[in-house]
Design a protein around this ligand. Structure first.
Ligand code: PHE
Length: 447
C-alpha cells in the first residue's frame, strides 16, 4: 500500500506537536514544583538529552526503516525470532491507554476556556472548590467535554496523515508557540520572574531521592512521546531523505524549550501573587485561575489564551496517541481508516469515561483498587512503567538485535562515524542499565 508521506517541515511539526503536550505545560511545572524545582530540572535535562535523545533516534529509525505500523516494523527488522519481536510492536497499545485520561484532561481544559471567558474564581479557595466540584460531581460536564476531545481527535485521525495530522499541526503549533512566546515576554516584565528563575534553576539537592529519579525518567519518556510507537508510527511516513539526528535534536529542543518556558511563565505568575509552586496537579486549574482573576482584565485575556494554547498542545499530542493503533489496524487487518479510527477511538472514549467516573464521589469506591483509583492507576502504569519498558525494548532492539551494519546503513546520512560510535555506545551500554535501575526502583515504590 502506498503511504502518504509527511513533508520534512510537516514531520517536524507533527512530531513536535506530539511531544509538546499537557506533559509540558500542565505536568512538567507541577512535578518540578512538587520535587523542589532546580534539582529536578537538572535531572530532567540530563535524562532528556542523555537518554531521551538517543532513544528518539532509535525509535525513529525503526519506523523509518520498517515503513509500516509498529508491529510490522519490529517484525520486519528482526533478523530472527520475528514472531517474538513482533510483540514489542504492541507498545503502540500504551497510547490508547494514555489517551483515556489524556482526553479527560483535555476536556477539563475546554471547560476552563469557558470558565475564563465567563467568570474566573476570585480566590484560591473558590478555585479549589470549583475544580473539586468539577471532578467529584461534574459528571455531565466532564463527559460532555471528553466527548468533544474524543470527536476532535478522532475526526483529525480519520482525515489521515496529510490532510488531518499534518494540516492540524501546521496551524496549531505556530499558534501555540506565538501565544506562549507572547506570555513569556510579558512574564519577563514582572517582578516574580527572577523568583521563578531562581526556583527553576537553583538546585536544592536534598530534594532528590529515588522517587524523583523515577519520576524524571518516566516524564522524560512521556514528554518526548517515546516508548509507545507514536514517533515510530509517524516515522514510517518520513520522507526518504532526512537527517534523523538533526530532526530529533530539533524536536527534543523544542519540547524542552517549551516546557521550561511554560514553567517560567507559570511560576512567575504564581510568585507575583504570592502563591505556592508545589500545588500538584491542581496547579494550572486551581492556583493559576485565581492568579488570573487578580490580574483583572489582562488576566482574563491571559487565561483564555493560556487554556487555548494548552488545548492545542493537548490535541496535537492526542492524535499521535491514537495513530499507532489506527495504523496497526489498517496495515495488519486491512481496516479502512474510518473504521480503524472509530474502533480505536471508541475504546479510549469508553475507558476514559470510567477513568473520569473514578474521580467522582459517586463511583470512586467502585473504581478504586488498592492505593489508587482507576484514573491514577492508568496514569502511573503508562507513564512510569510502560513507557520506560517501551524505551528499553526499543534500545535493546536497535542496540543488540538489528545487525550493526543495518543500523549504520539506516543512519548513513544522519551521523558521521564518530557520532554513530557515541550514539551506539550510549544506546547499548547506558540506556538499558539506566532504565533497568529505574524500573527496579519502581518496585521499591510499589512495596
Ligand atoms: N508527549 C505528550 C505530552 O507531553 C504526551 C504523549 C506521550 C504523546 C506519549 C504521545 C505519546 O503531553
Amino acid at each position: 500500500m502506498k503511504i502518504a508521506r509527511f513533508s520534512r517541515l510537516g514531520f517536524i511539526l507533527a512530531a513536535a506537536g506530539s511531544a509538546v503536550g499537557l506533559g509540558n505545560i500542565w505536568k512538567f511545572p507541577y512535578i518540578a514544583g512538587e520535587n523542589g524545582g532546580g534539582a529536578f530540572v537538572i535531572v530532567y535535562l540530563i535524562t532528556v538529552f542523555g537518554i531521551g535523545f538517543s532513544v528518539m533516534i532509535a525509535e525513529m529509525l525503526i519506523g523509518y526503516m520498517g515503513r509500516i505500523d509498529s508491529v510490522g516494523s519490529f517484525e520486519k527488522l528482526a533478523p530472527q525470532n520475528k514472531s517474538t519481536w513482533k510483540l514489542a510492536g504492541f507498545i503502540g497499545f500504551t497510547g490508547i491507554m494514555i489517551l483515556t485520561f489524556y482526553s479527560v484532561v483535555i476536556g477539563w481544559i475546554f471547560h476552563y476556556i469557558s470558565v475564563a471567558l465567563v467568570s474566573l474564581p476570585s480566590s484560591v479557595e473558590e478555585a479549589e472548590y470549583s475544580f473539586t466540584q468539577l471532578l467529584q460531581t461534574g459528571i455531565g460536564t466532564q463527559i460532555f467535554y471528553h466527548t468533544l476531545a474524543f470527536l476532535t481527535t478522532t475526526i483529525i485521525v480519520i482525515k489521515g496523515i496529510k490532510s488531518g495530522i499534518e494540516k492540524m499541526n501546521y496551524i496549531l503549533m505556530p499558534t501555540l508557540i506565538m501565544i506562549l512566546g507572547g506570555m513569556f515576554i510579558y512574564a519577563t516584565t514582572l517582578d516574580g520572574f527572577s523568583q521563578a528563575l531562581d526556583f527553576m534553576f537553583n538546585p536544592d539537592w536534598s530534594k532528590i531521592n529515588s522517587e524523583t529519579l523515577v519520576t524524571a525518567v518516566g516524564h522524560a519518556f512521556f514528554t518526548l512521546s517515546l516508548g509507545m510507537a507514536s514517533i515510530l508510527t509517524y516515522s514510517a511516513s518520513l520522507p526518504k531523505k532526512i537527517n534523523l539526528t538533526r530532526t530529533s535534536l530539533i524536536i527534543v529542543g523544542l519540547d524542552t524549550g517549551i516546557a521550561i518556558i511554560a514553567g517560567l511563565i507559570l511560576f512567575t505568575f504564581l510568585f507575583q501573587y504570592g502563591e505556592e509552586p508545589s500545588k500538584g496537579p491542581g496547579l494550572v486549574f486551581i492556583s493559576l485561575p485565581a492568579v488570573f482573576y487578580e490580574m483583572g482584565s489582562m488576566g482574563t485575556l491571559l487565561a483564555v489564551l493560556f487554556f487555548i494554547s494548552l488545548a492545542f498542545a493537548g490535541l496535537t499530542s492526542a492524535v499521535s496517541l491514537l495513530e499507532p493503533m489506527v495504523q496497526y489496524l489498517i496495515d495488519r487487518y486491512k481496516y479502512t481508516r474510518l473504521s480503524a479510527s472509530l474502533l480505536a477511538g471508541g475504546f479510549f472514549y469508553i475507558i476514559g469515561i470510567l477513568a473520569l467516573l473514578a474521580n467522582t464521589k459517586e463511583y470512586s469506591e467502585l473504581l478504586t483498587f488498592g492505593s489508587r483509583n482507576l484514573f491514577d492507576w492508568i496514569d502511573f502504569i503508562t507513564a512510569s512503567v510502560l513507557l520506560p519498558l517501551g524505551g528499553l525494548l526499543i534500545s535493546i532492539f536497535i542496540g543488540y538485535v538489528v545487525p550493526k551494519e543495518q543500523v549504520r546503513a539506516g543512519l548513513k546520512s544522519s551521523m558521521n562515524d564518530i557520532g554513530f560510535g557515541v550514539w551506539y555506545f550510549v544506546l547499548r551500554y547506558l540506556v538499558p542499565p539506566a532504565l533497568i535501575v529505574v524500573m527496579l526502583n519502581l518496585l521499591n515504590i510499589f512495596v
